[in-house]
Every structure is written in structure tokens, then in C-alpha cells.
Design a protein around this ligand. Structure first.
Ligand code: CA
Length: 219
């Protein structure tokens, strides 16, 4: 299991990222400031770091420079509200591997985490299997014996993946909205229901269960 360190002082975002990465099968540590993050890396370098630039004690880019100076080579994905070109250039110069601008959907961060871990040579499972349903994590295709191969859109894929990661668990509508559409998405939206309908057409209605008043689960 790959270990990810999330350095982020905004609790809501830290929890959102932590929850999502855990659900995707990563071990996650959270550091609320640069001092904690530095101590965590020194205690045992993670496989990847998600780094907020606006930390309360030290600028994230300065922390990154210190870490690289100490020889820590793990991939670092910078997370920030800053979206100026100059900030991005500065980030890459200090040793960032990738950059994501807030607000973001978890799905986008997860795709980047996967890509960086793949680059650094840590193989992950490439397929999820539940009963006779297989989900290919690289091609985003779902395969069933009755319906054959279905190409999934990015959202459909993220939604099915969220359900298949913990097939015994009921995932609430809010949790799915949070995970697949991002923390700034309108909580009153019926987009989850709409996409569950799309998914059922592609992988078979009977494979996804509606739990009245609670959410959705694999059947
Ligand atoms: Ca911050």
C-alpha cells in the first residue's frame, strides 16, 4: 500500500482529500503545518506528498526546497489557490512534480496521484473485480458477461470505482458527490442519481443497489 502525506491546514480540504485517498486504497497521514510535515517526512518518507502552498508557519514552496535539499525524492503534487503562471514556474523550480489549483474535484487529484506513483515505479492494482463485474482502472472500461465492454465517462468511472472499492459498504449520496464532483459542488444537485442511472445502463441495473434513505452499494 502506498503512503501519501497530505500537508494542508484547511481542515475541510484535508479531510476531503484524506477520505478520498483512503477510499482509493492509500495509507494517508495529514500534517496541518510545515513543521509537522517536515517531521513526518524525516520520520519516514511517504511515497507521495500532496502539499498546500499556503501553510500557516512556512510557505509550502520553502518547505519543498528544504525537503529536496535533504534529498527526499518522493513525488510532490502542489495544491494551491494560486493559479498564476509565475507560481507554477516557481513550484516546478523548487521541485514540484505536479500542480493542482483549488477548487478541484477529487477525481482529478486521484488521477494525478496515480500517475505520479506510476511514474515513480510503484505498481498498483489495475483492475477491480466484484462478482462478474470487472473495472479496468487504466482504460476506464467496465466488463460484464451479459452486457460486454462499456466505455465509462470520467465521472461514471469515478462513481463506479467509489462503489467498487468497498463493495460491502453503503456510500451516501453526499459522500459520492464529495468524492466524484468535488467539495464545492451544489449539495442540492441530483447529479448522483442521474449518473447512477447512466451507470446502471452500462453495467446492469441489478449490480448497483439503492439503499433507501442511505445511498448506494454494490449488489
Ligand atoms: Ca492553506
Amino acid at each position: 500500500m502506498s503512503r501519501v502525506l497530505v500537508a494542508e491546514d484547511e481542515e475541510r480540504i484535508a479531510r476531503f482529500v484524506e477520505r478520498g485517498l483512503r477510499a482509493a486504497g492509500y495509507a494517508v497521514d495529514v500534517a496541518g503545518d510545515a513543521t509537522q510535515a517536515l517531521a513526518a517526512v524525516r520520520a519516514g518518507a511517504p511515497d507521495l506528498m500532496v502539499l498546500d502552498l499556503g501553510l500557516p508557519d512556512t510557505d509550502g514552496l520553502d518547505l519543498l526546497a528544504v525537503l529536496r535539499g535533504e534529498g527526499h525524492r518522493m513525488p510532490v503534487i502542489v495544491l494551491t489557490a494560486r493559479d498564476g503562471v509565475a507560481d507554477k514556474v516557481a513550484g516546478f523550480e523548487r521541485g514540484a512534480d505536479d500542480y493542482i489549483t483549488k477548487p478541484f474535484a477529487f477525481e482529478e487529484l486521484l488521477a494525478r496521484v496515480r500517475a505520479r506513483l506510476r511514474d515513480s515505479g510503484r505498481a498498483e492494482a489495475q483492475e477491480l473485480v466484484h462478482g462478474d463485474l470487472r473495472l479496468d482502472l487504466r482504460t476506464r472500461r467496465a466488463v460484464t458477461p451479459d452486457l460486454g465492454t462499456a466505455e465509462l465517462s470520467a465521472r461514471e468511472f469515478a462513481l463506479l470505482e467509489a462503489l467498487m472499492r468497498h463493495p460491502g459498504a453503503i456510500r451516501s449520496r453526499e459522500e459520492l458527490l464529495d468524492r466524484v464532483w468535488g467539495f464545492d459542488f451544489d449539495p442540492g444537485s441530483n447529479v448522483v442519481e442521474v449518473y447512477i442511472r447512466y451507470l446502471r445502463k452500462k453495467v446492469g441495473a441489478g449490480r448497483i443497489r439503492t439503499v433507501r434513505g442511505s445511498g448506494y452499494a454494490m449488489n
